[in-house]
Design a protein around this ligand. Structure first.
Ligand SMILES: Nc1ncnc2c1ncn2[C@@H]1O[C@H](COP(=O)(O)OP(=O)(O)OP(=O)(O)O)[C@@H](O)[C@H]1O
Length: 423
């Protein structure tokens, strides 16, 4: 039927057309009723089907929940087992006297990250041309790790100096990799040094009913193979005397400290005297090894026993590739001295690892000063700091290799230095 044209007023309407229109409307109404009935029937069928499926769906949901619960249970078991394994491992390390090695990767938002962290003990370093390497440590701290988290893992070792242990903590790594950040940190977010002192004062205060403690600090830097006292304005080079496994530094200033503010004052004084110079890779690069030494003497009020512990916190100067930093003149001399003493440290680790009779502590002032901490009954902890940037791939691999080697060093079981009292 041709499409109906609108009727103009006054125009005559054909009666056949009206009949056709009525017939069409009737057909449309019938079709509408049929479709409505079909929709209602389908809806009924669907409802019926859903009702039939409901128990099956419920069962499926429950069985899925079961799987989730099972997965959670397995996860919890795994976590428990991993914790137990770690505790046993720590006990074994303690008995064997292994150096604990922690790896910390610095935060660097601009870096093209070349690392992956498959677990909190493993790190994978990848490079398109140079391949992939995996390293394991006692703990790996990712770039997102906070100063609190880093301190938490070292706390038990550090505080054991109060019980008469000699404890040493070193930060090693390429220049700009975050050693100073880890050890000292900014004032608003302090690193291990300040946190350790706070914790030590807390431990001493908790024991004040039965113990009294005297704490003294000294601060030196090893710059171009000379030892300088940082707690005096005089530029004073100190000598080292080694007697057996003990090292003495005659004339070294020791400051008694009573609280964290005293420590901060000492650090500020040392900072002022420290040789800091600008290099191409790090505008505040430390050109010397910084060694903070704390002696803790405890007196037991009940037994009269005296404990003598020490804590050595060492922020090593950055290892660097001279070609990259473009060091010249005085900076080149400094870089050579830094690299020489760091390789002397590596040689000491190699000798200790292979239980050689002769350990070459005397090859550098750094290893000489660290001899009591690395040579026998002390507890040692090494931080290997690394940059996540692919640009630093080869330095990172060399730092992590250094850390892996140090991890195999066995110092022997740590001993407490306690002399019996007369009470
Ligand atoms: N985890 C971190 N989070 C945020 N900033 C960091 C972190 N680690 C390092 N940095 C920043 O990176 C820069 C270089 O770090 P830092 O001075 O600690 O390196 P370094 O290893 O001590 O270098 P050098 O051996 O040359 O003294 C600093 O500006 C520091 O604040």
């Amino acid at each position: 039927m041709p499409a109906q044209q609108p009727q103009k007023s006054g125009e005559v309407v054909n009666p056949d057309d009206v009949l056709d229109l009525n017939a069409n409307a009737k057909e449309l109404r019938k079709a509408h009723t049929r479709v409505k009935m079909d929709v209602e029937r389908y809806m009924g069928d669907l409802k019926h089907m859903l009702e039939k499926l409901a128990p099956a769906i419920k069962q499926l949901k429950n069985s899925n929940k079961g799987t989730q619960d099972e997965i959670e249970e397995v996860r919890a078991l795994y976590r428990k087992e991993a914790l137990q394994r770690k505790l046993l491992y720590n006990q074994l390390q303690e008995l064997r006297g292994n150096i604990r090695v922690f790896c910390r990767v610095r935060k660097d938002d601009r870096a093209e990250c070349c690392m992956k962290f498959p677990s909190d003990q493993d790190i994978v370093v990848q490079h398109a041309q140079q391949g992939k390497k995996i390293f394991s440590f006692d703990k790996v701290f990712e770039p997102t790790s906070t100063q609190e988290q880093v301190f938490e893992d070292t706390k038990p070792i550090i505080t054991s100096c109060v019980d008469g242990y000699n404890v040493c903590l070193l930060a090693y790594g390429q220049t700009g990799s975050g050693k100073t950040f880890t050890m000292m940190g900014p004032e608003s977010n302090p690193g291990i040094n300040i946190r350790a002192m706070k914790e030590l004062f807390q431990v001493c205060s908790d024991r004040k009913e039965t113990q009294t403690y005297d704490l003294k600090v000294s601060l030196v830097e090893i710059y171009n193979e000379t030892i300088q006292d940082l707690l005096t304005n005089d530029v004073k080079t100190l000598e080292l005397r080694t007697a057996g496994n003990k090292v003495q530094i005659p004339g070294l200033i020791e400051y008694p400290i009573k609280n964290v503010d005293d420590v901060k004052k000492v650090m500020a004084m040392g900072d002022k005297n420290r040789s800091v110079a600008s290099t191409k890779m790090n505008s505040t690069s430390s050109r010397s090894h910084l060694v903070l030494m704390l002696n803790v003497e405890g007196h037991d009020k009940v037994t009269g026993a005296i404990s003598r512990g020490s804590l050595v916190l060492c922020d090593l100067a950055g290892s660097e590739r001279i070609s990259k930093t473009e060091a010249e003149g005085q900076r080149l001399v400094e870089a050579a001295a830094i690299n020489k003493s760091l390789s002397a440290l590596g040689q000491v680790f190699t000798a200790l690892r292979s239980s050689q009779l002769h350990v070459p502590y005397r090859n550098s002032k750094l290893t000489q000063i660290l001899q009591p901490s690395l040579g026998g009954d002390a507890k040692a902890c090494l931080f290997v700091n690394a940059s996540p940037d692919a640009y630093n791939f080869s330095e990172t691999v060399s730092t992590l290799t250094f850390g892996s080697n140090a991890r195999q060093v066995t110092l022997g079981q740590a001993k407490q230095n306690i002399s019996k009292g007369n009470k």
